[in-house]
Design a protein around this ligand. Structure first.
Ligand code: 8YV
Length: 316
């Protein structure tokens, strides 16, 4: 029996590629010189798309696959998948939640500490000889015991809050409604008020049309000159122009970012902005977690083609 034909949007770690190649006829979209011609050729045979959180599946890509049944996302964020097309055509979507929660929360705290305690600049202070030549590294700011504001108390946001508690931080969060089990944290529904009442604002929201630019000039102004923004979600949740203005004008103390509009290309202003920590969208980027993500993605594909319910379906 012929193997199902699957359109793969981007590369996966090598340990994922072998089992995918064994189970499916894989068409590698990212390697095609003429992607439109490639889709026109293979699209009619495609039954599933295997993509990534950062790559998604565009409306045009989905339209080029008239027999598409399912989209499997390697990642928890599925905002780059054209969901309206999936809803209209009854195309199922899966993602890989939970297995990456702890890693992304870990990197959020690592980014906060590196930004505020300036560990990168401190290493350069040693390597450059400044320590011997100029003496002690300039004093930084305390993190423990400060106030954390969590925008979005989903799995990742809650994991970040738990870590912040370990640093003796006071926790407040914003969400559409108070979260059961989060009664010991302060619920502040409005993003501006949350920013006004925290020192470090973690952006942990799933990106949707409703959350676009939720971190805007008003939020940044409320956060204030001692405040920081840590974004491990999606760039779309932050108005980058307003953030860059705030950084350049000293309206906030700093930002730590793992995601960017147009990544891996980013606004060049970030490269010269003061007190910004830049990371290459690697929140889930550990061997253990990426292996778990790959297996979960494959398990969803396997379930689909076996006529079984998806393991981690996205509610469309
Ligand atoms: C992606 C992410 O998997 O989980 C997500 O939504 O953003 C990442 O973990 C990333 O795109 C890996 O390529």
């Amino acid at each position: 029996m012929a193997k199902p034909q699957v359109l793969q949007v981007g590369p996966y770690p090598e340990w994922d590629q072998a089992p995918l190649d064994a189970a499916y006829t894989i068409h590698r979209w990212w390697e095609a010189a003429d992607k439109d011609a490639f889709l026109a050729e293979v699209g009619p045979n495609i039954r599933a798309i295997a993509t990534r959180g950062d790559l998604g599946a565009s409306e045009a890509m989905i339209a080029a696959c008239p027999n598409l049944e399912m989209i499997a996302v390697f990642g928890v964020g599925y905002d780059a998948v054209h969901l309206a097309s999936c809803r209209a055509r009854g195309i199922k979507v899966s993602n890989t939640p939970d297995v990456l929660t702890e890693d992304v929360a870990d990197i959020a705290l690592a980014m906060l500490l590196a930004l505020v305690r300036r560990t990168g600049q401190a290493e350069e202070w040693v390597r450059s000889g400044d320590w011997a030549a100029k003496g002690m590294f300039p004093l930084t700011r305390k993190v423990s015991g400060t106030r954390a504001g969590i925008l979005g108390l989903g799995r990742i946001g809650a994991a970040i809050a738990r870590r912040c508690e370990g640093f003796g931080m006071q926790i407040a969060y914003s969400a559409r409604s108070p979260k059961p089990g989060a009664e010991h944290w302060t619920y502040i529904p409005d993003a501006v008020e949350l920013a006004r009442n925290c020192d470090h604002l973690f952006v942990a929201l799933a990106a949707t049309p409703e959350t676009r630019h939720i971190v805007n000039a008003k939020v940044l102004q409320a956060l204030g000159p001692d405040g920081t923004v840590i974004n491990i979600s999606r760039a779309a949740n932050v108005d980058e122009s307003a953030l860059l203005d705030a950084l350049e004008q000293g309206e906030i103390a700093g930002a730590a970012l793992d995601v960017f509009e147009g990544e891996p290309n980013l606004n060049p202003r970030f490269l010269s902005a003061p007190n910004v920590l830049l990371q290459p969208h690697h929140g889930s980027g550990t061997v253990d977690t990426r292996k778990a993500m790959g297996k979960l993605m494959r398990d969803n594909l396997t379930a689909h083609f076996a006529g079984q319910p998806l393991v981690t379906p996205v509610a469309l």
